[in-house]
Design a protein around this ligand. Structure first.
Ligand code: F6P
Length: 374
């Protein structure tokens, strides 16, 4: 059993991080009598002049509903460098970090983060340091877990945005494009698009054609619906095209929403507007589900450490929290299944993914005309 563990948060923040921190601290202290040290600003806090904070039940009191992370976070920091457009791990800081962990008396680590953070955590495990990962990301793109906390709150926010865009789109007879996050997966776009009654959902897993988008907009026009709401994932691509970046060097996705707005306006003559939802999807209070999942993940992570597990990540599978090897957790990105149930349901209720007719996702677009007057 460890007498003192460290906890850190890494990568982009996600609603529910503080819930997970609170659960780790309360479980470690209350259930196992361990001390807890918070490491600030991800792994950066255990480099150089270390930045840490003692955590007890009092210091995590009241943080459950708070957004962000009380420990701070960094996207990459010193452990990952972009070399030839690829995130690459460097050896030096890990040796330094391990030496500092020893000086700080931290015997094991709970690392809360997405793919990048968990990949760094795995490097610690490979060097014999006990570590358990806790998955978080609004993108919900980690293969080994059915859900990550942050995702449900992000969907709530994107759904509310679509609801709000609906009334203004309908009032002005406009095409509204909402660009949402999700990196190279379409989970946020798909779920919020279904919940928020989008007419067109564009996801990276199904490359779109502008002709199909225009066809849908015009079919709606013909059936008397003179506005169209489009939700597009930031990583969506046109058939034969590439993803768009607002910062190519840092690989920060963005710009696809405005591209679609401009082209649809040119091709249909309809007034079009684009809204980029951005970090509103990440900031602020977690919803009830994310508080619950963050809490459950945090407590289960400490239980796993206490029972001697290491090099693992807690994961939600079939409604229960299990542990999976970190290597497995980081191996693959979880994509939307293009022939999955929710995509099928979306199509059945008349939502278009705007795949070109000839593609293997070939569609649709006749829905408005078929249901006209029904
Ligand atoms: O992974 C979470 C996420 O919000 C992505 O959806 C988005 O592409 C990215 O992080 C943006 O990161 P940042 O603005 O922190 O660089």
């Amino acid at each position: 059993m460890y007498s003192q563990i460290g906890i850190l948060t890494g990568g982009g923040d996600a609603p529910g991080l503080n819930a997970a921190i609170r659960a780790v601290v309360r479980t470690a202290i209350g259930e196992f009598g361990m001390k807890c040290i918070g490491i600030e600003d991800s792994f950066e806090g255990i480099l150089g002049e270390t930045h840490t904070v003692k955590l007890n039940t009092k210091s995590v009191s009241g943080i459950l509903p708070r957004g962000g992370t009380i420990l701070g976070t960094r996207n990459r920091g010193s452990f990952v460098k972009m070399i030839n457009g690829k995130p690459t791990f460097t050896e030096m800081p890990i040796a330094e970090a391990l030496a500092n962990l020893d000086i700080l008396g931290i015997e094991a680590l709970v690392a809360i983060g997405g793919e990048g953070t968990l990949a760094i955590a795995e490097q610690f495990h490979k060097r014999g340091f006990p570590v358990i990962g806790v998955p978080k990301t609004i993108d919900n793109d980690l293969a080994a877990t059915e859900l990550t906390f942050g995702f449900m709150t992000a969907i709530d926010i994107a759904t509310e945005a679509l609801d709000r865009l609906h009334t203004t789109a309908a009032s002005h007879d406009r095409v509204m494009v909402l660009e949402v996050m999700g990196r190279n997966t379409g989970w946020i776009a798909l779920h919020s698009g279904v919940a928020g009654s989008a007419d067109i959902i564009l996801i990276p897993e199904i490359p779109f054609s502008l002709d199909s988008i225009v066809e849908k907009v015009l079919a709606r026009e013909k059936s008397g619906s003179r506005f169209t709401n489009i939700v597009v994932a930031e990583g969506a691509t046109e058939v034969g095209g590439a993803e768009m970046y607002k910062d190519a060097e840092e690989m920060r996705l963005g710009g696809i929403g405005d591209y679609i707005r401009r082209r649809v306006e040119e091709m249909t003559g309809k007034e079009s507007r684009c809204v980029v939802l951005g970090h509103l999807q990440r900031g602020g209070s977690p919803n009830a589900f994310d508080r619950m999942l963050g809490t459950n993940f945090g407590a289960c992570a400490v239980r796993a450490l206490a029972s001697g597990e290491t090099g693992k990540m807690v994961a939600l599978q079939a409604g229960s929290i299990v542990t999976v090897p970190l290597s497995e957790a980081c191996a693959n990105i979880k994509n939307v299944a293009v022939d999955g149930q929710l995509v099928r349901t979306a199509r059945d209720i008349g939502i278009s993914f705007s795949a070109p007719k000839a593609s293997r996702f070939g569609e649709e677009a006749t829905f408005e005309v078929r249901t006209q007057g029904s």
